[in-house]
Design a protein around this ligand. Sequence first.
Ligand code: ZN
Ligand code: ZN
Length: 238
Amino acid sequence: MSCGVASGLLSFLAPRLCPSCGEVVLCVGEEVCESCLEGCSTLPERRCPQCGGPNVGMLEECRECQLMSGRRPWSFAVSAFPFEGKIRHWIHQFKYRKETCFGPFFATRLAEAWRKYGSDRDIDMIVPVPLNLLRYIKRGYNQAAIIAELMGKQLKLPVGKFRLVRWSRTKHQASMNLKQRKVNIRKEDFKCPFSLKGKRILLVDDVMTTGSTLAAATEKLLSCGASSVCVATIARDL
Ligand SMILES: [Zn+2]
Ligand SMILES: [Zn+2]
């Protein structure tokens, strides 16, 4: 689909550059150029409200959520993309290669997904899932916090932060199976530096795989007084 050519003095003086190829983005309102966007995977219209992934079954929730032992602790979830192809690669660049220039693209698409699927839910505050402190020091930024800040501006919501205080180095989740992830998450301790009494929280992270990190963070937010937690992730890993 052609989007036309951007005109106007502002876009001429300060052209937006595609974070993937570095070329000028000509499409008004887009963050990534048209040719890089080509072939990007999208999620189907019908989605599971519990995990934000596709739902091809007859029931309201997807099969994975139905088969889970115990409910997910949050009330609603939305994702912007499936975790595959170009999106998977870009998230990897954004998360591990300091390519924070992908932030506006991901935040805009996630804010759009939230407006489309979650806008009937009231939110008081956006909270990013924190990084383990050692990992934060090593990486220099928290990718979830970048998304949360940008989404806060787009959705006109305040952004609160809570943090991990545990110093122990935790293994990378990506190399673990479901059981190992649950044990690993239990070892971590989230701390809320501010009151959440009665607050309706939108918890933001990059990728939902099993959801164990999001579940631990959600439980902490609820135990700190939050009245409800919804989650928004750039991508759903299926
Ligand atoms: Zn491009
Ligand atoms: Zn689901």
